[in-house]
Design a protein. Sequence first.
Length: 174
Amino acid sequence: MKQDSKNRGFSVIELVLVIGIIVVIGAFTLPNLLGRKSVNDLTNVVNQMSITLREAQSRAISQSGGVEWGVRFDNGNPPYFAMFSTPIYDSTTRAIYNRLPQGIGYVTSTLDVNASISVIFNQITGRPSQPIFLILYITRGGFPSSTIGTVAVATSGAVTAKPPLPPGQESYED
């Protein structure tokens, strides 16, 4: 019986080379994947805020519970937004409560640190007590990034939300 004298396996050099290639690919893809999660979180928050504002407005117009409805935006620790009934916000009148995800924050020029703002919708007309314009951003290492989303309520009651633009898109009109 004849034996094959060649070893059938990988050399150390081949293994190190393959592991090196995997590390290099991982170093380029992992930050992109983590960054994409942050953009998705920001998009979801902006969309959820606009849904919450429209829900409060709808409840006010339909006179649900015979009270006015509003949304409170709070830049405390933790930052959050919540839908509530009656003109005064507290935990007993809160109907919906959402914390901002880790890494998402309010731009302080639109809502100071530890400050809050409430918009209350008028029964029947659905007009807000005041117009609001909020900018949200992704934080990276404790510093704001240039990726933003906005939520606004006009004096007419129109609610608009602009989540961050997808990669490669330069404006919302594209």
